[in-house]
Each structure stands twice: as structure tokens, then as C-alpha cells.
Ligand binder design. Structure first.
Ligand code: NDP
Length: 294
């Protein structure tokens, strides 16, 4: 039986720890850490993510502000709002929920956020610092994956990790984190993408496989080696006539097929997903306490 890596429980431990940290911080006379969340438009998935982030702030004891802007908001208005938040002394972290409507440049939005408040870790300054191994805000999902590996007793040091996907928010940063010469990383990393020929030739060599392609159940049992550790980042909605909503959530890994063959696996939902918000909260706390940039 494979170890099922319970991201929900690891994430709630982290959130409980942060709640205690906030209590101590307030007792020492510090103000509450503050997170500003901006949502543009009415994408239901984005609304749900923003709602969960605001709820997490309340639970941990952070101050939060949330702006809900209409889908046709001019880019200039959004950029000016970010600039106001950059200079707001009550705000330590700024998060603009992606994706944005087509008339708004995601690149401009990310680059307008002060990198010292970029708790999503997407600003080029943070991305660059991550590569050269300097203190920075690491993107939340990749940072969460490293914590999951460590807390589940599957340290990547000395292991061959194969990452499927090279996006700027998951694939590249998780690979960059994993090659750092640190206790929780220190892995040998291969990155695969749509230009990779014969994907399974690489995935079969993985001691740890990180699937982040956004392709439902595309990693099958014949593509992994016995005893591999499988981290499923994918969150895919697939039609399901038996479900009330008409769809179900599934990962990039065929869980039922791979579970008997692997040593450990993250479920979807309840694996990597909950770690993302926990790490966002952690980055906001680190920002408030000047632990990264001061
Ligand atoms: P992107 O679509 O931005 O990137 C997907 C990457 O996978 C690309 O690099 C693409 O290659 C590669 N890819 C796609 N198909 C294949 C294939 N058949 N073989 C090899 N590589 C392939 O997705 P994201 O990185 O944003 O997200 C990936 C998944 O993770 C999604 O399901 C998303 O919903 C989920 N996600 C989950 C999060 C969480 O909190 N758990 C957070 C963020 C994302 P190429 O570059 O060549 O196009």
C-alpha cells in the first residue's frame, strides 16, 4: 500500500502554527500581517480561490483587504490600485488573482507589484533570486511541494526528480527550488515539456515524479518505476454525469492505476492544492516580520 501524502492535514498544521505565531507577534506589540487580494471579473474558480484566501486570513488572524473589480476595468485603474497598496503600511502582501481579462497585461501587473510585497513570488526579482539561491518569496505551489516532500519523509536530496511541465508558476520554480544546495532540496532534476520526445523514457527514471502539465490522468502506471514518489499538481475538471456539478476534479496522474505501484502519492483534491494557500499565508507572515526583505 502506498503512502497517501495528506496535504490537507500538513497544510492545516502550517496554518495552525501561523495562527500561534500571529498571537505571539501581536503580544509583542507588532501590528497584524496584512494581505491584499484583487479579483478582476467573475470567473467562478477565481472567486472561489479568492474566497478561500480571505477566509484563511481571517482564520489565522491576518488583516485582509479585498478588491473586486469588474471584468472591463481599465488596466490603468488596476495598476494604480496596486501602486496604492505598494505604499499602504498595513499591507505586507499583494495578490492579484490570475488569469486576468485579455485587455490587461499580466506581465505589467506582476511587475507593478513591489517585489517586497510579491507574496505569490512571480515578480522577476523574486524569480531571479530563486535561481541564484538568494532569500526571496518562492512561488507558493512549488514551495508547498518541497514542504510536502519533507514532512512526508520523502526528502529529495540525492534523488532524481522528473518534473513534467515548465510553466513560470509551477514547473520552472519547482525545478529551481529542487536543485538548490540545501537540506530540503539538493536533487538531480529533469524537466519535461511538450518538446520532450518519448516522455515515459524520462518519467520511468524518476525517483520522484512531479506532474504539472494540466493533462487529466495522463501519467499512467506503465510510465512510472516501482517505488516512485508521485506528486500530482494537476487540477482538472472532467465531465462526470454522476456528479451533482456535472464534473469531478482529477489530477494529472491516474491515481487508481499508479497507487499500487508507487511508494507514495498525493491525492487530488487534498494533496498539493491545500499547500498553496498555506504557503501564501507563510510568505505574508515572513513579509510582515521582515524575514525575507528588510
Ligand atoms: P500551464 O498550462 O501553464 O503549463 C503546463 C506545462 O505542461 C507546460 O510547460 C507544457 O509544456 C507542459 N505540458 C502540457 N502537456 C504536456 C505533455 N503532454 N507532455 C509534456 N508536457 C506537457 O499549467 P500550470 O503550470 O499553470 O498548471 C499545471 C497544472 O497544475 C494545471 O492542472 C493547473 O490547474 C494545476 N495547478 C495547480 C495548483 C495547485 O495549487 N495545486 C497551482 C497551479 C496550477 P509547453 O511549455 O511545452 O507548452
Amino acid at each position: 500500500m502506498a503512502q497517501i501524502i495528506d496535504g490537507k492535514s500538513i497544510a492545516s498544521e502550517i496554518r495552525a502554527g501561523l495562527k500561534e505565531d500571529v498571537t505571539r507577534l501581536l503580544q509583542s506589540g507588532h501590528r497584524r500581517p496584512g494581505l491584499a487580494v484583487i479579483l478582476v471579473g467573475e470567473n467562478p474558480a477565481s472567486q472561489a480561490y479568492v474566497g478561500s484566501k480571505v477566509k484563511a486570513c481571517e482564520e489565522i488572524g491576518f488583516y485582509s483587504s479585498s478588491d473586486r473589480l469588474s471584468a472591463d476595468v481599465p488596466e490603468e485603474v488596476l495598476l494604480n490600485r496596486i501602486k496604492d497598496l505598494n505604499s499602504d503600511p498595513l499591507i505586507d502582501g499583494i495578490l492579484v488573482q490570475m488569469p486576468l481579462p485579455g485587455h490587461i497585461s499580466e506581465k505589467k501587473v506582476i511587475e507593478t507589484i513591489d517585489y517586497r510585497k510579491d507574496v505569490d513570488g512571480f515578480h522577476p526579482v523574486n524569480a531571479g533570486k530563486l535561481v541564484i539561491g538568494e532569500p526571496c518569496f518562492a512561488p507558493c505551489t512549488p514551495a508547498g511541494i518541497l514542504v510536502l516532500l519533507e514532512k512526508s519523509g520523502n526528502l529529495p536530496s540525492g534523488k532524481h526528480v522528473v518534473v513534467v511541465g515548465r510553466s513560470n508558476i509551477v514547473g520552472k520554480p519547482v525545478a529551481n527550488l529542487l536543485i538548490q544546495k540545501t537540506r530540503s532540496a539538493n536533487a538531480t532534476v529533469t524537466i519535461c515539456h511538450t518538446g520532450t520526445q518519448n516522455l515515459s523514457r524520462f518519467t520511468r527514471q524518476a525517483d520522484i515524479l512531479i506532474a504539472a502539465a494540466g493533462k487529466p490522468e495522463s501519467i499512467t502506471a506503465d510510465m512510472i518505476q516501482d517505488g516512485a514518489v508521485l506528486i500530482d499538481v494537476g487540477i482538472n475538471r472532467v465531465p462526470d454525469p454522476n456528479s451533482k456539478t456535472g464534473y469531478r476534479l482529477t489530477g494529472d496522474i491516474d491515481f487508481a492505476g499508479c497507487e499500487p505501484k508507487c511508494a507514495a502519492i498525493t491525492p487530488v483534491p487534498g494533496g498539493v492544492g491545500p499547500m498553496t494557500i498555506a504557503m501564501l499565508m507563510k510568505n505574508t507572515f515572513l513579509s510582515a516580520t521582515g524575514k525575507i526583505f528588510y
